[in-house]
Design a protein. Sequence first.
Length: 423
Amino acid sequence: MACGIDRSPAVSGRQRFEGPWGLVAGSWLLAAALNAYIIVPASFLPVLSEQLAIDATAASWIVSALFAVGVLVGIPAGIVLDRVDNRWAATLAAVSLFAACLWSWQAARGGSYWSLLAARAFAGLSFPLIWSACINLIGRTFDATNRASAVGVFTTSAPAGFAVGQFTGPLIVARFGWAAPFAVFSIPVALSGAAFHLTSRSASRADRAARADGGTADSDSKPEPQPQLAEFKRVLTDPNVLSTAGMGFVAYSAYVFFNSWMPTYLTEELGLSLAASGLLVAVFPAIGVLSRSGSGFISDRFLSQRRRPIVSVAFAATLPLVGVIALTELTPLVAGALLLAGLFIQLGIGILFTYVQELVEPTVTATALAALTTMSSFGSFSAPVIAGYLIESTRTYFAAFGYAALVVGLGVVLAYYSPEPNR
């Protein structure tokens, strides 16, 4: 009896490594390392304030400076990414982030607030490049039926990085001193940057081909020239893009508000230890690993690739939870509300980066992503600073929670009037 022989070509380990999901994995690691570095100062903000002899508003700038620079460079970065090799742009950004980690460490060791602030601002140059380049490569590698799922999985890197930063920051401070976290996180930045560069090799070739074809991986269009200034202007004045960018502002305002101020709130108002508050707050971003990846899956599989229902539910469910957190001092209830708020607000975040790409032509997706990333960065930058000002002015957290409720309410309105690209 003859045995059948499988003559299909074998898939090598390198092909799997550089395949679409290899790209997602490498991008995920780099973005997770970036986000861990971004948020780690928030996990020991009271210690940092004491060591540098600064007030709450000045301390909040250590977190916000990175996002402030991201606001300034986000749109120019997106325009550049629509014209250059995204793989090399993200790799060079990872190198600059590694340098910023070491600079932050030296500044902290020397007790120099202004040098530490400058180092964090320098890191802000890498943030929009890494984030937008990775999403752009993933969006062009996957076809329309799986794109939201792939991008959703990638966006879980942010809450994973935030959770690691929130949880390990106080532990590193207790063991090695308050300056040590800045040095420690340079290691995953270096390793993940190398991993991304290796796993994105095939995607980089596909990216160049897609840009030449004027589309994504599933494009059948004829070659088109690079986008011109008028196309960028049209994207940046498109009401639908601006509406989605506004939702990014809302989502990240709430997300970073809770991540930056809840450790201090739980310590000062509810009497928890720094380690306990870090563990509790780490749950808020950690649940996003489930909700961000789930948002794309639900939209692709059960909603016929519709995006609007996801963001509508996200903001509507988050709004009452802000009130619960603000009005109760029962730790178990606060913990439960934090968990649910993290789940729902990140459900919206997970779909926004696919949402905005589908509102524009494939040749200018990086610019649309940059508009969303810039407004998201503005929310991330402004929320901790505004909250810090309100806390210092009123000597309570009530006004700060009121601001959080206000921006989430704005998200409910924007989601209600938002377009549906796949109807």
